[in-house]
Design a protein around this ligand. Structure first.
Ligand code: ADP
Length: 458
C-alpha cells in the first residue's frame, strides 16, 4: 500500500473516531436534555391542573367542559393527560375519558411515599406528584404524554449529525489524499533523482530544498553517503591501478633478467647467480602478493570476525620472534612501562592473527628504516586503554607525509632505497580500526619515529 493511501486512511480513521464521539455526545446530551425538560413540563402541568381545579372550585360539569376543551384543542397536539387521585385512591379528575383505572394502588402508594416519580411508559413519559392543598388534603397527580415534538427535534439533530458525519468523512478522505500527496511530493522527487544516480555519476547530488525540514536532512545525509561512496570507489580504483603497477614492475624486471640470461651461453656459476637473483625477485613478488592479500582480507573482516581475549605482551613477543626469525641482524627489545597488577589491563578483545600482522609490520618497519636495525617496544596502560609504543632511531618521516603513510602504496621519498611496497601500514590501520583502536605516529626526520597503538583493554 502506498504511504499516501496509508496516511489518508489513518487520518480518516482518526477524524471518524473524533466525529463519532462528538456526535454521540451531542445526541445523548440532547436526548437527556429533552427528557428532563419534558418531565419538568409534565410535572408543572399536573400541579397547575390540580391548583386550577382547587382554586376555581370546578364542578363536574366544568370538569367535563375542561376535558372537552383539552380533547379538541390540545388533544390533537397530543398534549399531556392528567389524572388526579384522592387519598382513597379514587379518581377525582381525568383530563380525558379514562375508561378504566390504569394505575394500581401500589403505584399511587409509591408516589405518596416518594412525593415525585419520573417514569418511561412505552412511548410516553410520566410523572407522578403529590399535591397537598391548604386543607391538608393530598392528591396524587399523574401527568403523562408522548413528547412527539421533542422527539422530532431530536430526530432532526440525529439526521443532521449523520449527514455532517458523511460529509465530514468524504471531505477528510479527499483532503487527506491531496495533503498526503503534497507532503510526500518531495520524497517522490528524491526517488526520481535517486533512480538517475549510478556508479558512474556519483558526483550528482540531490536537491536539498529549503535545507531545514526532515526531507532536506534526508537529502543531505544521502549526499554525504554519495560522497563517501565516491571516495571509497576512487580509493578502490587507485588501489587496483597501484596494485597492478606494483606487480608489473617486478614482473618486468624478472622478464628482462631472464631475457638477458638467455641471450648468451653462460657458465654454471653465472646461471646460479642469475637464478639466485630471480629467487630474490620472486620472494619480493610473493611478499607483495601476501601484502595485497592481507589488505583484501582485512577489508572483509569486520562482519564475522571472532574476537577473543588476547594478551598484548604475548602477541608482541610472537611478533618479535617472527621478525627476528626472518632478519637475523635486527634487534628488538620488548618491555613493560610498569608491571600490571591485573592481567586484564594488558588483555584486549582481538583477533590474534590480525594483531600479530600489525605488530610484525611495525617492528619490521622500525628495524628496516633504522641504520642500527633496532626497535624498542614499550607496553603501557591506563584505566581503559592498553598502549603500545614502537620506537626506532631511524630515518624518520617528513611531517608533510605523516598523514599519507597510512594510505595504500604510499612510500616516503626518503624510504625509496629500502625494500617495501607501501601496503603494511594501511593494513595496520584497517586492522586497528576493526578493533576499535587507534594508530598514530610521531617522527623527526633523521632522528627516528614512534608509532603508538592504542586498544581498549578488558
Ligand atoms: P613499506 O614499508 O612496505 O613501504 P608500509 O606501509 O609499512 O610499507 O610503510 C609505508 C611508508 O611509511 C614506508 O614506505 C615509509 O616511507 C614510511 N615508514 C613506515 N614506517 C617507518 C619508520 N619506522 N620509519 C620511517 N619511515 C617509515
Amino acid at each position: 500500500m502506498q504511504i499516501r493511501t496509508k496516511i489518508a486512511i489513518q487520518f480518516t480513521i482518526i477524524i471518524a473516531c473524533i466525529l463519532i464521539i462528538f456526535s454521540l455526545a451531542v445526541y445523548y446530551t440532547s436526548e437527556n436534555f429533552r427528557k428532563q425538560e419534558f418531565y419538568n413540563r409534565l410535572h408543572d402541568r399536573g400541579i397547575l391542573t390540580a391548583q386550577l381545579l382547587k382554586e376555581l372550585k370546578i364542578t363536574e360539569k366544568d370538569k367535563r367542559k375542561l376535558r372537552d376543551a383539552n380533547k379538541t384543542i390540545l388533544g390533537k397536539l397530543n398534549v399531556e393527560k392528567v389524572l388526579m387521585f384522592n387519598d382513597k385512591d379514587e379518581l377525582v379528575y381525568a383530563s380525558y375519558e379514562a375508561d378504566s383505572i390504569l394505575y394500581s394502588p401500589a403505584f399511587l402508594k409509591q408516589v405518596r411515599q416518594k412525593k415525585y416519580i419520573e417514569k418511561n411508559d412505552w412511548d410516553n413519559q410520566l410523572t407522578g406528584s403529590l399535591y397537598t392543598d391548604e386543607n391538608n388534603k393530598s392528591y396524587v397527580v399523574i401527568a403523562k404524554a408522548n413528547d412527539i415534538y421533542g422527539k422530532e427535534k431530536l430526530q432532526n439533530v440525529r439526521d443532521t449529525l449523520i449527514i455532517s458525519f458523511v460529509i465530514g468523512i468524504t471531505l477528510t478522505i479527499i483532503l487527506g489524499i491531496i495533503f498526503a500527496g503534497e507532503s510526500l511530493k518531495p520524497i517522490a522527487e528524491i526517488n526520481q533523482e535517486i533512480s538517475n544516480i549510478t556508479a558512474y555519476n556519483l558526483k550528482r547530488k540531490l536537491n536539498t530544498g529549503n535545507n531545514k525540514d526532515e526531507i532536506a536532512q534526508l537529502s543531505n545525509n544521502f549526499n554525504q553517503m554519495l560522497e563517501r561512496l565516491e571516495t571509497s570507489f576512487q580509493l578502490q580504483k587507485s588501489f587496483v591501478s597501484n596494485a597492478s603497477h606494483e606487480l608489473r614492475t617486478p614482473l618486468a624486471a624478472l622478464k628482462s633478467e631472464i631475457q638477458i640470461a638467455l641471450e648468451n651461453d653462460r657458465t654454471t656459476d653465472e646461471y646460479k647467480s642469475i637464478l639466485r637473483s630471480l629467487l630474490t625477485d620472486t620472494q619480493r613478488l610473493i611478499q607483495l602478493t601476501n601484502g595485497l592479500l592481507q589488505l583484501a582480507k582485512s577489508e572483509n573482516r569486520e562482519d564475522n570476525m571472532a574476537l577473543r581475549p588476547t594478551r598484548i605482551d604475548e602477541i608482541l613477543f610472537k611478533a618479535q620472534e617472527e621478525v627476528l626469525g626472518l632478519n637475523t641482524n635486527f634487534k628488538i627489545v620488548v618491555d613493560f612501562d610498569e608491571i600490571p597488577d591485573d592481567d586484564k589491563w594488558v588483555t584486549v578483545n582481538a583477533n590474534e592473527t590480525l594483531l600479530l600482522t600489525v605488530f610484525t609490520n611495525l617492528l619490521d618497519n622500525a628495524c628496516k628504516y633504522s641504520a642500527d636495525n633496532q626497535a624498542e617496544v614499550k607496553i603501557k596502560f591506563n584505566q581503559k586503554l592498553c598502549i603500545v609504543d614502537v620506537k626506532d632511531n631511524g630515518i624518520g618521516i617528513p611531517e608533510s607525509e605523516l598523514s599519507k603513510i597510512f594510505e595504500p602504496f604510499y612510500r616516503t621519498q626518503n624510504a625509496a632505497v629500502y625494500r617495501g611496497h607501501g601496503i603494511g601500514l594501511s593494513v595496520c590501520r584497517r586492522i586497528i580500526d576493526i578493533h576499535q583502536g587507534k594508530i598514530e605516529v610521531k617522527s623527526v626526520v633523521g632522528k627516528g619515529s614512534i608509532f603508538v597503538v592504542t586498544l581498549p583493554h578488558l
